[in-house]
Ligand binder design. Structure first.
Ligand code: TRP
Length: 333
């Protein structure tokens, strides 16, 4: 019977390196929520990854709990999916070490994210920044994941994960499932409201470029009203209209309207009206998420119960993979 077929395993993770942005939500987390219906989903807060760049301890602690509550508020359901904190599941660091001995220096040197990040943090090009893709490979391979939804910037890391898995399997037999990365087709790529040629990012130097999931309605409206557009004053999706294209993508993502419907609805109207409409639609879309967040974050004991339970199950599942890999390598278990 159809529903007795074993479901495929999806794994994904996000770094709790600040607040969750509208870009994280529309590009990733909303897809995590949708995939829960069809797959066995395993999601992690990749807190170990965040220390490849400098973190302030108190802020880091807060970011982790806030991200956990925010993602639950978005609809990741701990009854349906495993949602755990990476550093609590010790197998991640263990397998990362093992895999690092099956990954070549040259391969890691070719990672474009390493090159970008070392240029950006020239005063802190630490070994973790270099070996970060190995930890990511461990995250995925531990759970024998079939599918890994990621942003376009992570595709190269997924390719490396597949290479490492294939190399290891080639030498020792089938230990790891070779995962497939995919860029969710309905995952909107949200750009900065101030520089629509760049991805929306919490590190945007202009605060008006980035909308946070927990921004107040007034702040959200202000940011959309100030969004950069163009001088054509016509709401249509076209090459060279990055600002309007971005606003249309966001509007479409939160209302479900197609680009044609949006063009039709705003025919003859100016950008001012459109920006207000986008802002209001985002505010309404985020309202129930913010309400759930406010409830959840008040109940730290409940949040802790959720992640402890998930941490324990993730540890059990992933331990099997580490034991298998270690036995094959030649360790005495
Ligand atoms: N490196 C990813 C990012 O910065 C986050 C991440 C860590 C991840 N481990 C992962 C994503 C495993 C997918 C699978 O976006």
């Amino acid at each position: 019977m159809e529903n007795e077929k074993k479901r495929e395993v999806v794994f994904s993770a996000i770094q709790p390196s600040g607040t969750i942005t509208l870009g994280n939500y529309l590009g990733a987390v909303r897809n995590w929520v949708a995939m829960q219906e069809e797959y066995d989903c395993i999601y992690a807060l990749a807190d170990l990854h965040t220390i490849t760049v400098k973190q302030e301890p108190a802020q880091m602690r807060k970011n982790i709990i806030d991200a956990y509550a925010s993602i639950m508020a978005c609809g990741v359901d701990v009854e349906k999916s495993l949602f755990f904190i990476q550093s609590h599941v010790h197998t991640h660091a263990e397998l990362a070490w093992l895999l690092s001995c099956y990954t070549q220096f040259g391969e890691l040197s070719r990672m474009t994210q390493f090159k970008d990040k070392s240029a950006k943090h020239a005063d802190n090009i630490n070994a973790g920044l270099f070996t970060y893709p190995v930890l990511m490979a461990a995250d995925i391979l531990l759970y024998q994941a079939d599918k890994v939804p990621v942003g376009a910037d992570q595709k190269q890391h997924i390719e490396l994960t597949r290479d490492i898995a294939e190399r290891f399997n080639g030498r020792y037999g089938n230990v790891f499932k070779v995962p497939e990365g995919f860029i969710p087709k309905n995952g909107a790529r949200v750009m900065s409201l101030q520089d629509p040629s760049k991805k929306m990012s919490k590190s945007d130097e202009n605060v008006n470029g980035c909308v946070h999931l927990l921004d107040t309605p007034e702040t959200i409206m202000r940011k959309f009203k100030r969004a950069i557009t163009d001088s054509e004053a016509c709401v249509r999706y076209a090459e060279g209209k990055d600002g309007i294209n971005n606003l249309m993508s966001i509007y479409s993502a939160v209302t479900g309207l197609t680009f044609e419907q949006i063009e039709h609805d705003f025919d003859g109207k100016g950008y001012g009206d459109f920006k207000v409409a986008v802002g209001e639609a985002v505010v309404e879309h985020l309202r129930p998420i913010q309400e759930r967040y406010n409830q959840l974050v008040k109940d730290k004991a409940y949040l802790e119960e959720c992640y402890r339970k998930a941490d324990e199950i993730a540890t059990k599942i992933s331990r099997r993979t580490v034991s298998k890999a270690m036995k094959k390598i030649g360790f005495v278990l």
